[in-house]
Ligand binder design. Structure first.
Ligand code: PEP
Ligand code: MG
Length: 544
């Protein structure tokens, strides 16, 4: 048995087989082929397989996210059959006597460059699609992919690190746990693990990659941050016992369902849930959250290979609002950039992406993207109790510009005869020290604040949230952070706004009482933490 240790970011236990996450950045080699006809037949078989995979993905997406979102996979199936695309691949195989992988890769590069150079934004976006389908065909051509596709068993995913876009694309039904060599506890991958309710360990170090192989048996303790490779009988029995105790604890918390979030001396607050996808709503309802305090809408963009259209977004927002049956749903507008990257935004590589072109900065400088989202949001607003929240605010002027764009969108909808609710609350995230410090000026402009402690911590303490090497300096309870939250709460209330916390700190029950004493009105946490926080609130006595 080998024991490795990292940092547990979601406490739970898992036992099962390891699947080493392989990034399919197929580096394609050019090799000489004598029998070009056989090579073309190999290509045809790979294309057939790629189409079968896409059909499966399409069916799954249709069920989970609806027709509008699934459509892209239908387009991909059509692109695989495109005549020009296929002529190019076949002609490269024939004329250069080369392997199919190489012919597909060259064609992909040529077609992607051609699309990218077009004037029309829709055609430009096809550039990413042609690369996507080509990568799929290339991985179908490689045997390695065939092996990993064979396993249907749930597995412990071991990886160097996982980008948020990679995490959202993993088949959640097949993930027992995440273990990564690198990464930090406030990264979006760690947040996703918490949202998905699965044990997760980060920062195990390079040793992880040298020690694990596909199919190894392992046990993961998300509480202690330990992964046991080939565990002995005693360790297995100990962890099985711990898992049973863990389940019992969670079962006991279930008894708090339906109960109020009220302190012993009668102060009530709201406990909402954070989600990244429409798929998380089941967990929100199962854990009896009073609403959704943060829907990270950028995950709709991360899951997609092109800008989600107004219709696709409208369908997603409507579904969340309808499913929550009149309970509050706060949808945060696009917070792309920094660690949340998608190819089709074509964002330049930056020295300091967390301090760079991200979130509201993209929305205000590319208003066509922002207005599409705002239109979808306002159209969906008649289906429930919507709040719209802007991320990464640092100034009065940014809030004013965002509000002006909301007004423009409403005027346009009215002119088009499209209904929207006039009860939509507008809020901003307090996740920069600047926003907290000028919260007295921002509060009169909005209905609510929501403190994003993940970014507020990174910007206040000057500690990159992606950098595992400096975790020892990240004091999440730092007085500076708590003072900024308190200051924002005072300023919110003095101006008739309410204030919540939606960063990971909201689930830190050692601070629940302090937050209540500051006057925090709402705590929004991963669905699986709702009942734990309710329990903490019900144990507080603010009269003492
Ligand atoms: C935060 O910064 O605390 C937050 C909730 O936003 P995100 O984690 O998505 O950056
Ligand atoms: Mg943030």
């Amino acid at each position: 048995m080998t024991t490795l240790k990292g940092k547990g970011v979601y406490g739970a236990i898992a036992l099962g087989r390891v699947s080493v996450f392989s990034r399919k950045e197929a580096s394609v080699k050019r090799t000489h082929i004598d029998d070009t006809e056989a090579e073309k037949a190999r290509l045809a078989a790979a294309k057939e397989k790629a189409t079968e995979q896409l059909q499966e993905i399409y069916n799954k997406a249709l069920k989970e996210v609806g027709e509008a979102n699934a459509q892209i996979f239908e387009i991909h199936m059509m692109m695989i059959e495109d005549e020009d695309y296929n002529d190019s691949i076949n002609s490269i195989i024939e004329t250069q006597s080369v392997n199919a992988e190489y012919a597909v890769a060259v064609t992909a590069d040529n077609f992607a460059a051609m699309f990218a150079a077009m004037d029309d934004a829709y055609m430009q976006a096809r550039s990413a699609d042609v690369k996507d389908i080509s990568n799929r065909i290339i991985s179908c051509l490689s045997e390695e992919n065939n092996e990993s596709a064979a396993s249907d068993e749930k597995a412990i995913i071991c990886a160097d690190d996982l980008a948020p876009s990679e995490t959202v694309l993993l088949d959640k039904d097949k993930v027992l746990a995440f273990v990564t060599a690198f990464g930090s506890s406030n990264s979006h991958t760690a947040i996703l693990a918490r949202n998905m309710n699965i044990p997760a360990i980060i920062g195990v170090g390079e040793e992880l990659l040298n020690s694990v192989r596909n199919g190894d048996f392992a046990a993961v303790d998300g509480y202690t941050g330990e992964i046991f490779l080939d565990p002995d009988e005693e360790t297995k029995a100990r962890l099985e016992k711990k898992r049973t105790a863990d389940e019992e604890k969670k079962r006991l918390l279930q008894e708090l369902k339906g109960k109020e979030n009220v302190t012993l001396d009668g102060r009530k607050i709201n406990i909402y849930a954070n989600i990244g996808s429409v798929d998380n709503i089941g967990a929100v309802l199962a854990n009896d959250a009073g609403g959704i305090g943060l829907f990270r809408s950028e995950f709709l963009y991360l899951e997609s290979s092109d800008y989600p259209t107004e219709e696709q977004q409208f369908a997603a927002y409507k579904r969340v609002l309808e499913s929550m049956s009149g309970k509050k749903v706060i949808i945060r507008t696009l917070d792309i950039g920094a660690d949340k990257q998608v190819d089709y935004f074509n964002l330049a590589k930056e020295e300091n992406p967390a301090l760079g072109y991200r979130a509201i900065r993209i929305c205000l400088t590319r208003p066509e993207i922002f207005k599409t989202q705002l239109r979808a949001l306002y159209r969906a607003s008649t289906y429930g109790n919507l709040g719209i929240m802007f991320p990464m605010i640092t100034s009065v002027s940014e809030v004013q510009q965002a509000l002006d764009l909301c007004d423009q969108v409403k005027t346009e909808l009215k002119a088009d005869g499209i209904e929207y609710s006039d009860k939509v609350e507008i809020g901003i995230m307090i996740e920069t020290p600047a926003a907290a410090i000028i919260s007295d000026r921002l509060a009169p402009m909005v209905n609510f604040f929501s403190v994003g402690t993940n970014d507020l911590t990174q910007y206040t303490l000057a500690c990159d949230r992606q950098n595992a090497a400096i975790e020892q300096f990240v004091d999440t309870h730092h007085e500076a952070i708590l003072r900024l939250i308190e200051m924002s709460a005072k300023n919110a209330h003095a101006n008739g706004a309410w204030i919540g916390i939606c960063g990971e700190l909201a689930a830190d029950t050692s601070l629940t009482e302090s937050f209540l004493r500051m006057g925090i009105d709402e705590l929004s946490v991963s669905p699986s933490f709702v009942l734990k926080v309710r329990d903490a609130v019900r144990r507080c006595d603010l009269s003492k």
